[in-house]
Design a protein around this ligand. Structure first.
Ligand code: SF4
Length: 218
């Protein structure tokens, strides 16, 4: 899917990934979007401010499905998908309502996120995801608040409260959604046992991955 146009969807590991936005409330130290110059294996993920509509996303996903089925639809591009919460939920709703034929209504829908949606939107948004999102992977990275701020580098409004809001998001997601993972990049500086303990305490499955995961960029 390389080409001159920015990429809305791209395939990885059997899934179809959706590049909904380039906006993000964090500047994670492990983010590959700058190092890789907004390119992902030949796909240009730089939307240049032209964020796709739900209709654009579904048209692209349907075309891909017709070419070859995929195992899941994953909202994860070079940006934080929940910055476009309404568009994200609209895509999922259209699929669940059978209005995205030939995409199956029960297509697995996953969200990869930094977990700051509740902070950004000023409300608990997880109940809005119920019945629409099957799985969330939240980039928690550490059990230490100071280290979280150093690694995630959140924008100022969320520097002080962000870590608690991410924990709240994970707790809610583990209660309301079928699957909740807390992820950490194994940078060598993180106390992984404490991270795993915290993930478990929040009700999420811990998942550790190597730095520069070419899979997801978060
Ligand atoms: S890794 Fe994801 S959450 Fe972190 S800065 Fe990059 S796009 Fe944002």
């Amino acid at each position: 899917m390389s080409g001159e146009k920015p990429t809305i969807v791209y395939r990885y590991n059997g899934g179809l990934y959706v590049n909904l936005t380039n906006r993000c409330p964090t500047a994670c130290v492990f983010c590959i979007k700058n190092a890789w110059k907004m390119d992902y294996r030949g796909s240009d993920l730089n939307l240049g401010g032209n964020e796709p509509t739900p209709a654009d996303v579904l048209a692209a996903a349907k075309k891909e499905w017709e070419a070859a089925a995929f195992t899941e639809l994953v909202f994860c591009g070079y940006g934080e998908p929940t910055m476009r919460l309404e568009a994200l939920l609209a895509c999922a709703r259209l699929i669940r309502n059978g209005k995205a034929d030939p995409l199956p209504r029960d297509l697995k829908i996953r969200l990869n996120t930094n977990g700051l949606a509740n902070a950004v939107w000023g409300r608990n948004v997880v109940p809005e995801m119920k019945g629409l999102i099957d799985s969330v992977h939240v980039s928690l990275n550490t059990a230490d608040p100071a280290q979280w701020a150093a690694v995630m580098r959140p924008m100022e409004p969320w520097a002080a409260t962000g870590f608690e809001k991410v924990k709240e998001f994970i707790r809610e997601a583990s209660l309301l959604l079928p699957e909740a993972y807390a992820t950490a990049v194994d940078s060598g500086d993180v106390d992984l046992e404490k991270f795993k303990d915290l993930a478990a305490k929040l009700g999420a499955e811990p998942r550790v991955r190597p730095r520069l995961d070419e899979g997801e960029g978060r």
